[in-house]
Design a protein around this ligand. Structure first.
Ligand code: CA
Length: 476
């Protein structure tokens, strides 16, 4: 990116004679750049949705190789049975298809993709892996040759592309997964496998999934392969989490969905798998569906509806992608406790000094979980709120709930200082508060009314002087 920028600047200096317009271009560049970030996803077709059809071998962007004489391959698996045999397997965790090995006889199968890791940038690999060994045990001789008996193993490796496809020696740059005699015969669904590949920046590496079997069938499912690169992403991904904190009665769906947003240099990252995990015992809850979801075009992954279990107490639900996590603080309270919760307008973002698109909405429920009509709700913007305020300039606003139990705040205007502002809503009968996350983005100020002519002239002079100085610095 820096090299391109410098090139643009040099070209600019050569052919743009008017300093004024040069300065305007500079300003435009400054405004546009943060939103036109380069793609951060290096893995292609990591969800295996582009393939040759259900139960067929072969995927766009992936290469499959088998040792001569092998039975089986990697197939586009969909539904709840194996692609070739009728063995029961989990549904693909992302989209309609997963890549899954299957076979009716011995073989050695490899599926791979070569990935160029940009130099000087972090790189994070994650994928979802499922293993079902139909033999009673694994056998891992130091070879993938299926003519070596017994050989019943699964490997995921980062390889040197120059190495033999079936190598397990010096061609393996980074072993990521290897089955062993201690590996459970059937994994509990798809599990997340992550690795930091930053030390390999500048190299082209080969991600290889390998299966050798000559004892019994061995189904290996792969989905959600992702290699992300970007310093900002690795540090701040999942910086924004909504649906937290939330309080809810036992055995009730939480009113605000749990969602996270992934960004890279301020731009959303789509197609990245995020897994939501609730505690397996004690106060907790259950998701209404698959808790691994892909981020959408806004970089947002939203979990299926989460319903509290019957145990009172506070707990944490974790959203994870690769090596990064975001936490949701949730509390289950007993039936008989009124609650207030956020029901709209969170999270949202607006450029500095601009209005947020949505008002804040809170919903108040009584001890039977029914909406409370006529409750007074107070919305409070913290004094440290970076200048963010309600339309009337105040930091607090009061609204009354309607027939659906909802109270709607007045419009909120973003302050001038970028950052996250947490607004709280409270009501007398409920012991908890509802939180709203508002992000003030750096960006252009609100549209200014047409400047008087003299104002435009002055602005032009300033830009010309400033832009000219920047360009002459560049030329040196
Ligand atoms: Ca998929």
């Amino acid at each position: 990116m820096n090299a391109n920028l410098t090139l643009s600047r040099l070209r600019l200096a050569r052919w743009m004679p008017l300093k004024f317009w040069a300065a305007v271009f500079w300003l435009a560049l400054f405004v546009v750049l943060p939103t036109s970030s380069f793609a951060a996803q290096l893995a292609a077709n990591g969800s295996f949705e582009a393939n040759n059809g259900a139960a067929q071998p072969g995927f766009t962007n992936w290469t499959i190789a088998t040792q001569p004489g092998s039975a089986g391959s990697f197939y586009a698996q969909t539904g709840v049975v194996g692609p070739l045999t009728s063995v029961a397997v989990p549904t693909p965790p992302l989209g309609t298809f997963a890549a899954m090995s299957d076979q009716t006889g011995p073989g050695s199968l490899v599926m791979y993709q070569d990935i160029a890791l940009p130099s000087g940038q972090p790189a994070m690999l994650s994928l979802l892996l499922y293993v079902q060994n139909r033999n009673a045990e694994f056998h891992s001789p130091p070879t993938l040759d299926f003519s070596v008996v017994p050989n019943q193993q699964v490997r995921v490796d980062v390889m040197d592309p120059a190495a033999n496809l079936f190598d397990v020696g010096s061609g393996v740059i980074r072993p990521l997964y290897a089955s062993s005699s201690a590996t459970p015969q059937i994994s509990s669904g798809y599990t997340n496998l992550s690795a930091n590949l930053s030390s390999l920046a500048g190299r082209t590496v080969r991600l290889r999934i390998a299966v050798a079997n000559n004892q019994q069938g061995l189904n290996v499912g792969v989905d959600g392969v992702s290699v992300l690169t970007d310093a900002a992403l690795i540090q701040t991904v999942l910086a924004s989490a909504s649906g937290s904190p939330q309080t809810n009665q036992v055995n009730q769906p939480f009113p605000v969905a749990l969602s996270v947003q992934l960004t890279s240099s301020g731009a959303p990252v789509s197609g990245q798998p995020v897994t939501f995990t609730a505690p397996s015992s004690g106060p907790s809850g259950t998701f209404a569906g698959n808790a691994t979801v892909l981020t959408n075009s806004s970089g947002i992954a939203t979990a299926p509806t989460f319903t509290s279990n019957g145990t009172v107490g506070s707990y944490t639900v974790v959203a994870r992608t690769g090596l990064m996590t975001a936490n949701f603080s949730l509390t289950n309270v007993a039936v008989g406790t009124p609650t207030i919760s956020g029901a709209g307008g969170t999270p949202q973002a607006a450029p500095a000094a601009n209005p947020f698109a949505l008002p804040l909405q809170a919903i108040v429920r009584d001890d039977n979980n029914l909406p409370v009509v006529g409750a007074e709700v107070t919305f409070t913007i913290p004094a440290s709120g970076r200048g963010t305020q309600f339309a009337d300039g105040g930091l607090t606003a009061t609204s009354t709930t309607g027939s659906d139990g909802r109270a709607v705040s007045p419009a909120v205007t973003a302050g001038v200082q970028p950052g996250v502002v947490t607004v709280l809503a409270t009501t007398l009968s409920a012991p908890n508060s509802a939180a709203f996350e508002l992000t003030v983005l750096p960006g252009p100020p609100a549209p200014v009314p047409v400047l008087p002519l003299w104002g435009l002239g002055l602005l032009g002079m300033l830009l010309a002087a400033f832009g000219g100085r920047m360009l002459s610095h560049r030329r040196r």
